[in-house]
Design a protein around this ligand. Structure first.
Ligand SMILES: O=c1ccn([C@H]2C[C@H](O)[C@@H](COP(=O)(O)OP(=O)(O)OP(=O)(O)O)O2)c(=O)[nH]1
Ligand SMILES: [Mg+2]
Length: 147
């Protein structure tokens, strides 16, 4: 597991991201804030993490919501899953939106999202005029299971 190295510069003063349990998929990310931020209902905000990362080629980091924040406060990641590219060298930031009906406050150091590192493939795009036929064909969007 641990032979995949992600280099991190931590300018936040918060602890480094870490897996909370032995087989956790995600590492929680903390807000790098001077003061608390309050979001009105449906307001969104870009939360800095103070983290700068270097992922190995062929890997991305996905920024996902935390279920506890979502169910308790209606706070979620607007662009989930956010994509951190392996060649990105800027600060990792998290787009949080308040989907509750009340104002919600994020405090410095709060765990606002989680990061899952995953491999991906890059593909070659080949223009054609005909695609192979399949049983599904063009059916989708609830097409299966109908009699
Ligand atoms: O939640 C996110 C999503 C993206 N990024 C950073 C890392 C990523 O590599 C870069 C670009 O992200 P994306 O491709 O999603 O944004 P874009 O709007 O397409 O911008 P760009 O034109 O820079 O690719 O922004 C974050 O810090 N947080
Ligand atoms: Mg992009």
């Amino acid at each position: 597991m641990a032979d995949i190295i992600v280099k991190i510069i931590n300018k936040s003063g918060n602890e480094l991201p870490a897996y909370a349990t032995a087989d956790a998929a995600g590492m929680d990310l903390r807000a790098h804030l001077e003061t608390a931020v309050t979001l009105q209902s449906l307001e969104r905000v870009l939360i800095p993490t103070g983290l700068f990362m270097e992922l190995p080629a062929g890997y991305e980091a996905q920024i996902r919501p935390r279920s506890g924040l979502a169910v308790k406060q209606g706070l979620t990641v607007l662009n989930t899953p956010g994509t951190i590219d392996a060649d990105y060298r800027g600060e990792v930031k998290i787009i949080i939106i308040n989907l509750s009906n009340e104002p919600q406050t994020i405090h410095p150091g709060d765990r606002v999202a989680q990061m899952v590192v995953a491999p991906f493939v890059q593909v070659a795009v080949q223009p054609v005029t005909v695609l192979t036929e399949t049983v599904r064909g063009e059916g989708g969007f609830g097409h299966t299971g109908k009699s």
